[in-house]
Design a protein around this ligand. Sequence first.
Ligand SMILES: Cc1cc2nc3c(=O)[nH]c(=O)nc-3n(C[C@H](O)[C@H](O)[C@H](O)COP(=O)(O)OP(=O)(O)OC[C@H]3O[C@@H](n4cnc5c(N)ncnc54)[C@H](O)[C@@H]3O)c2cc1C
Length: 292
Amino acid sequence: MGMPDFSYLRPGSVADACALASRLGDDATFIAGGTELIPDFHRGRETARQLIALDGIDELRGITIAAGELRIGALTTVAAVAASALVRDRLVALADAARAIGSAQIRSLATIGGNFCRAVACADTPPAAIAGEARVHLIGAHGTREVAAEEFFLGPRRTVLAQGEMLLAIALPAQPAGSGSSYQRFSRRKGAALAVAAVAVRVTMAAGRITGARIALGAVAPVPMLVSRAAAMLEGERPSRALFADVAAVCADDALPITDLRGSAEFRRELVNVLTRRALDEASARAEEARS
Ligand SMILES: Cc1cc2nc3c(=O)[nH]c(=O)nc-3n(C[C@H](O)[C@H](O)[C@H](O)COP(=O)(O)OP(=O)(O)OC[C@H]3O[C@@H](n4cnc5c(N)ncnc54)[C@H](O)[C@@H]3O)c2cc1C
């Protein structure tokens, strides 16, 4: 299917973009890097005919620290997230998740805002952001608000964004002292292949024991999934192969995978089991290093 006729509007500020979006209603959609939206036009999945381009809005771009919070503007490319020393220092799992996306060409166009807003179950950055307790900052006709990253997703291609509302930034709080993180994913080939399953973990340690953990799964449920029951099993324990195997088994049980072109539900559960153990090994080793 070819591209339909559409209007291309290029506001210069967040306020103008929001005003346009609320005036144009359902017939308008934001476009950032276009790496999801343009293929969706070709597939006939996108029906909006007024594109509000965000690329002229500088205030949406960049990675900064203010009041202890690391703020990643919605229009920041995933290549910039992957390369950022600030992101790596705070939550290396998020930089690794960004690096896992597509190819170099895709990463140089794809934005972190677009990765969240299309709400595809296999998107790479949301599970890592959720493991790091990220908050999503939004702006719309009724002002600004923020939600926990795990609450942003309602279902495949559905988010809490109201009509005309825009994602402004992903904000990462300071991580607890003695934390380490890891992002593990499996795809059917190296390079430009979507995740069949993914696991993001943050582990916090003190005096050889795990004092807190967050585990988020990707591509194995309709939305990125925080598995609190499994994470709670780690608290107060010393890292061990047996413990990590028990936790991984609970993650595999709690996952809600489907069978599709990329893998069966059963295969995905097995992947969650293996990837969780790898992520826990890596995150706990990094947490030990962070304390030394
Ligand atoms: C070949 C190929 C390989 C890919 N591989 C991967 C992969 O491995 N992993 C992965 O996670 N993704 C992958 N993707 C998907 C895509 O590149 C990412 O999801 C990308 O981050 C989307 O960002 P974008 O800026 O291109 O979004 P766009 O296509 O511009 O927009 C996507 C959606 O988000 C909305 N939107 C964008 N920004 C905002 C905002 N600030 N506020 C409100 N709504 C907004 C748009 O209206 C649209 O609905 C791949 C895509 C292609 C074409």
